[in-house]
Design a protein around this ligand. Structure first.
Ligand SMILES: CC(C)(COP(=O)(O)OP(=O)(O)OC[C@H]1O[C@@H](n2cnc3c(N)ncnc32)[C@H](O)[C@@H]1OP(=O)(O)O)[C@@H](O)C(=O)NCCC(=O)NCCS
Length: 185
């Protein structure tokens, strides 16, 4: 799957693409490993968490270099025991030298647009560190105040390492128990 548009302004080429998770990995890898080096010296709350790979990737290329990435993971989970279709957003990253230009906003909005167009998704969900809360709240994301369960190596466990945020697509669920029925993203 591939779709997008190219805009050329002042000889600068900007392209936004949506690719399948595996095929987009080659383009996304240099950016993601520069933002989260595998042997990173900085310890992060998510360092010891096992994450699901994305099903789709939104990438923004600037002059043919991928400068921004958002992963999309589609998941059938449960809310208070009832089946829900969750549109997971993760691995949100912009190359350091081009931050603050709206690229992550553009890529997240493209991801939400894709999930909305697919029509099956009940709501978007992401997990972030507290210092990114203001960024996501500005984009319309809201705290999920209930309990989240996810799979980790020890089995099904409460997922508390990162703060959960939700985005209304068909439904807004902010309380209760969400089981991701798999790895987080
Ligand atoms: C968080 C991140 C993806 C933002 O990317 P970006 O392309 O710079 O974001 P945007 O340009 O779309 O930012 C939109 C707005 O949010 C603001 N913003 C960015 N990060 C913010 C933060 N942590 N807290 C509050 N506001 C923030 C920007 O200043 C901008 O404000 P403005 O609209 O008033 O100008 C980027 O800083 C990054 O890659 N960080 C490292 C990886 C990471 O931690 N990712 C988050 C995983 S949850």
């Amino acid at each position: 799957m591939r779709g997008g548009y190219t805009e050329t302004r002042k000889k600068m080429s900007i392209e936004i693409d949506i690719t399948t998770g595996d095929s987009g990995w080659r383009a996304a890898k240099p950016l993601l490993t520069s933002v989260w080096p595998p042997d990173g010296v900085k310890s992060l709350p998510q360092d010891h968490i096992a994450f699901a790979p994305p099903d789709l990737r939104v990438t923004i290329d600037l002059d043919w270099d991928t400068v921004c990435h958002v992963g999309i993971t589609r998941r059938t989970g449960t809310w208070n025991g009832r089946k829900v279709i969750i549109g997971g957003i993760g691995s949100v990253a912009t190359r350091e030298d081009v931050r603050g230009r709206g690229y992550a906003t553009l890529a997240i909005n493209a991801a939400i647009h894709t999930l909305t167009e697919e029509r099956g998704t009940d709501f978007g969900m992401l997990f972030c560190e507290p210092h990114h809360a203001a960024f996501y709240e500005k984009l319309g994301w809201q705290t999920f105040n209930g309990t989240v369960y996810a799979e980790q190596s020890g089995g099904r466990t409460p997922f508390t390492a990162l703060s959960p945020y939700v985005f209304k697509i068909k439904r807004l669920l902010r309380e209760g128990t969400i089981d991701l029925c798999g790895l987080p993203w």
